[in-house]
Design a protein around this ligand. Structure first.
Ligand SMILES: [Mg+2]
Length: 125
């Protein structure tokens, strides 16, 4: 599964890569802001996107609205901080599939990915 990390913090991206590697995910690409993220969505065609909110040039919410307006249906997990929990509804309305609060453990990330991908493949009720 190809996973795109969009986060302005190299440290966070490295932590995410380590967590994902432990979960067996090695097809990873990354972008430091929404502008490069949009380009990477086109080049890399990810199966899943882990998205930061606060970034320079283009923030996560704008990135999300941009790719959804382009018709991109790739699942997106928003990675927020505790203080941003109230913004989760905004993110979901903009097309986020799930969210995870930073800092997250390997177990939490595994659960969120499993939950997100399961929802996608669940048959319609
Ligand atoms: Mg950030």
């Amino acid at each position: 599964m190809k996973i795109l990390l969009v986060d302005d913090s190299r440290t966070i991206r490295n932590i995410q890569k380590n967590i994902l590697a432990k979960l067996g995910h090695t097809e990873i690409d990354e972008a430091p802001d929404g502008v490069e993220g949009v380009a990477k969505v086109r080049e890399f065609s990810p199966d899943l996107i882990l998205l930061d909110w606060n970034m320079p040039n283009m923030d996560g919410l704008t990135f999300l609205k941009t790719i959804r307006a382009d018709g991109v249906t790739t699942p997106v997990i928003m990675c927020t901080t505790e203080a941003e929990k109230s913004r989760v509804i905004t993110a979901i309305q903009a097309g986020a599939n799930n969210y995870v609060v930073k800092p997250f453990s390997t177990e939490t990330m595994a659960d969120k990915i499993e939950q997100t991908m399961r929802k996608l493949t669940a048959p319609a009720p």
